[in-house]
Ligand binder design. Structure first.
Ligand code: NI
Length: 256
């Protein structure tokens, strides 16, 4: 059973058709969807969704693009929600230097905080990076000795050197999104080099739909197209890849 490890299914226009979206996912062999939060409000919403839909699991945390808007107590409130049985990760957290570089210290501070919470609770952490991969890796390595944690670098689009740095963190995993299917994608070499035992599957719905769905709202069932591309680039049968990433997700997120 496949898992879409990253789909933001809480937007109002998506909620309207969520039963159909989950049905299409199921038909495509995707039995679980991890929905990552970006703040307290979405954390609460996702918890509710996970109670309503068996397929939905939660990652709760504060996104780097939301740290400026957050109140100082927000992360503590989110921390209290992490003991729910369908919470499988902390996140998404990380660093984003694309949208805002005026608050880098605050972003780093909250990233560290979430790594430490995840380490304490023995949950993995979902890491977002944009123009910030080197800093995110450095920070994770600094934290690792005292606060070891399993890191999922989602939507990986770094270089070969960054890939090997990410993978040097014990038990870290990476995943690719639909943008690897775009003509201008320069990620084939990185996909080739990524070991399948460190690979997870995701969509980042509703963003980055793979071809031929570009221009549409992405949804978990489209994940098959991204996996198709990975299996082509790596020259391994699709069924084998699906098998491996399914098991990786179950182990990494300790899914039942
Ligand atoms: Ni995301």
């Amino acid at each position: 059973m496949l898992t879409d490890t990253h789909a933001h299914l809480y937007y109002p226009d998506i909620l309207d058709s969520l039963p159909e979206i989950l049905q299409r996912a199921e038909e495509a062999g995707i039995g679980r969807v991890i929905v990552p939060a970006v703040n307290l409000e979405t954390s609460l919403k996702i918890l509710d969704l996970s109670k309503e839909y068996e397929q939905i699991y939660c990652a709760l945390g504060l996104h780097p693009c939301d740290v400026s808007k957050s109140n100082p107590n927000e992360i503590n409130e989110i921390e209290k929600l992490l003991s729910h049985k369908k919470v499988v990760a902390v996140g998404e957290t990380g660093l984003d230097y694309y949208w805002d570089t005026s608050n880098i210290e605050q972003q780093k501070d909250l990233f560290r905080k979430q790594i430490r919470i995840a380490s304490k609770l023995k949950l993995p952490v979902i890491v977002h990076t944009r123009d910030s991969t080197d800093d995110a890796i450095t920070l994770m390595k600094e934290e690792y000795e005292q606060y070891p944690v399993r890191a999922h670098f989602h939507c990986f689009s770094g270089t070969l050197a960054q890939l090997s740095e990410c993978l040097s963190i014990p038990d870290s995993h990476i995943s690719f999104c639909g943008n690897i299917t775009y003509k201008k994608s320069l990620l084939d070499e990185v996909i080739s080099a990524a070991p399948i035992d460190r690979l997870l599957s995701e969509t980042d719905s509703p963003f980055l739909p793979p071809m031929p769905y570009r221009g549409k709202k992405n949804e978990p069932s489209f994940m098959i197209k991204t996996l198709e591309k990975i299996s082509n680039v790596k020259g391994i049968p699709e069924t084998e890849l699906m098998n491996v990433v399914s098991k990786n997700a179950e182990k990494f997120f300790a899914l039942q």
